[in-house]
Design a protein around this ligand. Structure first.
Ligand code: FAD
Length: 514
């Protein structure tokens, strides 16, 4: 049974697109067909905006189903209408309107509850598609001493939301993205069928839905692989002035056998200046650490590079044992004196590290400001050129937030899944996590969007092999280019699992058919 429906009232509707009356009428029919207990009129919902703060839409209604059967009812009813679309909204942390449904129905996935059932013997958890990773972490570690193997940096994201993209962080080089760490899904297809799928059962749906941008079905449950959780983490940052030293060390760490390297490998680019957000102060790991610019040569480039690694350990490991393991793993890295920063913290605290950033950003008003983020996967073959053209040139003053840069291994990504990757075994995540200042300093939102376009144009002009991560295109041509020789398969899966193109209209890949 649907718990309740939150109707939007568009008093200030200035949109000149086709009159939504018939869709609104149909929605009323949906309400009555579903025997909804109450519709809350006049409530302003967040469903018309997202974390990006650039795109806005006007959904007809926000639906709060309580289980997969409810989700199926909504999809079947939408299919009977001439034009209704349905978007699953996880935590709305997309940046380009991907979880929106303009004049359509938005399903609030969090209403499914954060159901998490751990099978400790089998080392997996069955988790609701609407659960936050934050909740998964606390439940699994707190009650069972177990934890998922692959994470995102920030955990205020839903399981279904990240699985629809990939879900990456510093563990992905070893375990693959989150999409490689689930063994079974329950999915409600665009046809309104509730299907359990895995590599052996309904495999085409399983592969399609993982990284499938919500196009083939709504993930209502995922079986997530677990491993024993460590107690503590040694977290280390090492600064490089030379890009080639940074990439050589980062690639060396991610290509060593698991167990012979760190548990987490990431990196970032920062500005060679005292800028508090983009520069030297962004490097030290605790408030007592300080960056000594005297150690950087005057001829160094406008940007510097920081490798970030972490090693897990247990409470019973003695400090000297941990030191020995760390130093063994550091052997061969080109670490310069005074350019190493480190700290120790609990495993949960480490995984929840961005929560603190969120709280600070909320307090100073930048969390709610627009975020024109750009995320790319760039082939190792072209990452040097990318550094020259983009980091050292277009972005030499930073982006007002982190510029993540770390290598990943293609062999850890199953090519039967939907994510598009550049060529070659090693490719880099480039995440330009722009924050707009509410105090009118730095670039305006518009200028940031224009700079993103400039970066993509420079990539194309310089023949840089890249794919957008969390992709966003406004034309089918853009999507065809993005998927390349996987486009036909993507289309075939759409025709099979959501033939009327009801699902995830905010991705702007297919238009509603009937
Ligand atoms: P939404 O934005 O609500 O939805 C995203 C898309 O998935 C939409 O098309 C939606 O319709 C669809 N969808 C949502 N739920 C489901 C479901 N259950 N079944 C099918 N489709 C569904 N990504 C990383 O990989 N690594 C990171 O470290 C990382 N850090 C981030 C930090 C922040 C602060 C933010 C804002 C984003 C970050 N992301 C990261 C990106 C994030 O993974 C994606 O934006 C993700 O889609 C957000 O999850 P969500 O639950 O908010 O999904």
């Amino acid at each position: 049974m649907i718990a309740y429906i939150e109707r939007f009232v568009h008093e200030n509707d200035v949109d000149s697109s086709p009159d939504p009356d018939s869709a609104a009428d149909y929605t009323s029919e949906v309400l009555s067909d579903l025997r909804v207990a109450a519709a809350i009129g006049g409530a302003i919902s967040d469903a018309g905006k997202d974390f990006g703060g650039i795109q806005f839409s006007k959904p007809l209604a926000v639906l709060r189903p309580s289980d997969a059967a409810d989700v199926a009812k909504i999809l079947r009813l939408a299919a009977r209408s001439p034009h209704l679309t349905v978007a699953a909204r996880g935590n709305g942390h997309s940046v380009n309107g991907q979880s929106m449904a303009h004049r359509g129905l938005v399903i609030d996935m969090k209403s499914l509850g954060c159901g998490i059932h751990v099978d400790a013997a089998a080392m997996h958890a069955d988790v609701s598609g609407g659960a936050l990773w934050d909740d998964v972490l606390r439940h699994c570690v707190g009650n069972y001493g177990l934890a998922p193997r692959s994470w995102t940096d920030y955990l205020g994201l839903t399981v279904g939301g990240t699985l629809s993209n990939a879900g990456i962080s510093g563990q992905a080089f070893a375990h693959g993205p989150q999409t490689e760490n689930v063994t079974e899904l329950e999915v409600v297809t665009g046809n309104g069928d509730v299907l359990v799928c895995s590599t052996r059962q309904n495999s085409e749906l399983f592969f399609g839905a993982l990284g499938g941008l919500g196009q083939f079905g709504i993930i209502t449950r995922a079986r997530v692989l677990l491993q024993p959780a460590p107690d503590m983490v040694r977290w280390i940052r090492v600064v490089y002035t030379e890009f080639s030293d940074f990439t050589r060390d980062a690639e060396s760490l991610v290509t060593r056998p698991v167990g012979d390297t760190f548990d987490y490998v990431e990196g970032f680019v920062f500005v060679n200046s005292d800028d508090p957000v983009n520069g030297w102060p962004s490097v030290p790991l605790d408030r007592y650490g300080s960056f000594d610019p005297a150690r950087i040569s005057c001829s160094a480039s406008p940007v510097l590079y920081c490798l970030e690694v972490a090693l897990h350990y247990k409470n019973e490991d003695s400090p000297s044992t941990v030191d020995t393991r760390v130093e063994r793993l550091m052997v061969g890295l080109r670490v310069k004196e005074g350019m190493r920063f480190e700290t120790e913290l609990g495993y949960m605290e480490f995984l929840l590290r961005v929560k603190q950033v969120e709280e600070e950003a909320k307090a100073n008003g930048i969390w709610g400001a627009p975020h024109p983020w750009l995320n790319l996967f760039v082939s190792k073959n072209d990452i040097g050129e990318f550094d020259r053209v983009v980091f050292k040139n277009i972005l030499k003053h930073g982006v007002g937030g982190p510029m993540l840069l770390y290598p990943l291994l293609r062999s850890k990504w199953d090519s039967r899944k939907s994510v598009a990757l550049p060529e070659g075994e090693i490719f880099y995540l480039v995440a330009l996590l722009r924050f707009c200042s509410p105090y009118q300093t730095g670039l305006s939102v518009h200028q940031m969007v224009v700079q993103n376009q400039e970066i993509l144009q420079s990539c194309t002009k310089n023949g840089i092999d890249y794919k957008l991560y969390l992709p966003h295109y406004n034309s089918v041509e853009g999507w065809k280019r993005h998927f390349g020789n996987r486009w036909t398969r993507f289309q075939e899966r759409k025709a099979r699992f959501d033939p009327m193109a009801i699902l995830a209209p905010g991705q702007k890949i297919f238009s509603r058919n009937w």
